[in-house]
Design a protein around this ligand. Structure first.
Ligand code: BMA
Length: 344
């Protein structure tokens, strides 16, 4: 750890070769800056795939691996695997991730989108949205990125947005999710559920609601897997506002209690990123910044945020642990629905 770091990442590895660009001198008040070569994945990246966005990556064996939302040329989304030496330039499999069910038989969801990738102990979990008599959360596990075995669907429909914590808390797996309806849901709070075995989920708790701040006044949803820090779980999430021209998705930040993550300790009242670059404002769905993963280095506190842009591209932004925690704390507003345990 750098000797002058104020806060520290807990249970996180050093990732010395992570993608990085230094903070620009002319940065405004918000300590998050975009990669100057964004977007890192452009249109039509592989045959039969028109767009890749809302995707999750992580370090793997000295390089990087990721699960990507690949929208095919018939408009259907599926999960594809990608590999990278530097976290910026990606090569993708040309076939969908070949899931199998618990008996080893081929299993391909009717569609699969917004995948997250989280390692808990020695297993990697992919969590995404799929059809289960309505949009719901699908889940699979792998230890080698060759065999991908589905596990039970954790939740009932409708629920399209789930993020697993990277370690068990008090002996249970913990997942954030956002119960919704079957359409482009105009409401939604973040909830948390626990499971001893990834089959039975319960102890549901409310974590946080949309807020009176207009950038997140319609709905919110989990983003990247939370990063455990000395101040709590650092969560990058998405906040949505409704305009006369459609929804606008921004990136927000909150810090949850380490032992009791349904309690929000700090919650940033401003967005961290809102659509303002061409690749965020212009695309299949304009005005979307949708975070799904971070790569972070415990030694330096550097954080790279991977986000989908305009449902068309993958983009990258940077911050540091000290900068972002200080900013969230300085701009924090927590309400009763944030700080309570979340059970009624
Ligand atoms: C949400 C999800 C995301 C998408 C966003 C904006 O409901 O479907 O995958 O990025 O809408 O279109």
């Amino acid at each position: 750890m750098k000797p002058n770091m104020k806060y520290k990442m807990i249970g996180c590895n050093d990732v010395p070769n992570m993608p990085w660009q230094d903070k620009p001198e002319d940065l405004g008040a918000i300590p998050v800056w975009r990669y100057t070569k964004n977007p890192i994945i452009g249109r039509n990246p592989i045959p039969g795939v028109a767009r890749i966005f809302n995707s999750a990556v992580m370090p793997y064996k000295g390089k990087y691996i990721g699960v990507f939302r690949a929208e095919q040329t018939d408009g259907m989304p599926f999960v594809y695997l990608g590999r990278s030496k530097n976290g910026v330039d990606w090569e993708f499999d040309h076939e969908r991730v070949p899931f199998v069910d618990e008996e080893g038989k081929e299993f391909m969801p009717r569609y699969a989108y917004d995948p997250r990738l989280v390692k808990v102990e020695d297993t990697y979990y992919i969590i995404w949205c799929q059809d289960f008599y309505g949009a719901a959360i699908g889940m699979a596990k792998t230890t080698d990125f060759k065999k991908f075995e589905r596990v039970e669907n954790p939740f009932l429909p409708f629920n399209r947005n789930a993020v697993l914590f990277p370690r068990k808390i008090s002996g249970n797996y913990v997942m954030l999710s956002r119960p919704s309806d079957s359409g482009h849901t105009p409401f939604g709070d973040i909830f948390l559920s626990e499971s001893p075995d990834l089959v039975y989920w319960g102890k549901h708790r409310h974590v946080m609601s949309k807020s009176e701040k207009w950038w997140e006044s319609l709905k919110i949803g989990g983003g990247a897997a939370p990063i455990e820090t000395s101040e709590g779980w650092l969560l990058f999430y998405h906040g949505v506002t409704g305009t006369c021209n459609g929804y606008v998705y921004s990136i927000g930040g909150a810090i949850l209690d380490r032992d009791n993550p349904s309690k929000v300790l700090y919650r940033c009242s401003t967005f961290l990123i809102t659509p303002e670059e061409w690749y965020e404002e212009r695309g299949f769905v304009p005005n979307v910044c949708f975070p799904c993963a971070t790569i972070h280095d415990a030694a330096t506190g550097r954080i790279a945020i991977y986000y989908g842009a305009a449902d068309s591209y993958v983009a990258l932004a940077f911050t540091t642990l000290d900068d972002i925690i200080d900013y969230i704390k300085e701009h924090s507003i927590v309400r009763e629905t944030d700080t309570e345990i979340g059970r009624k």
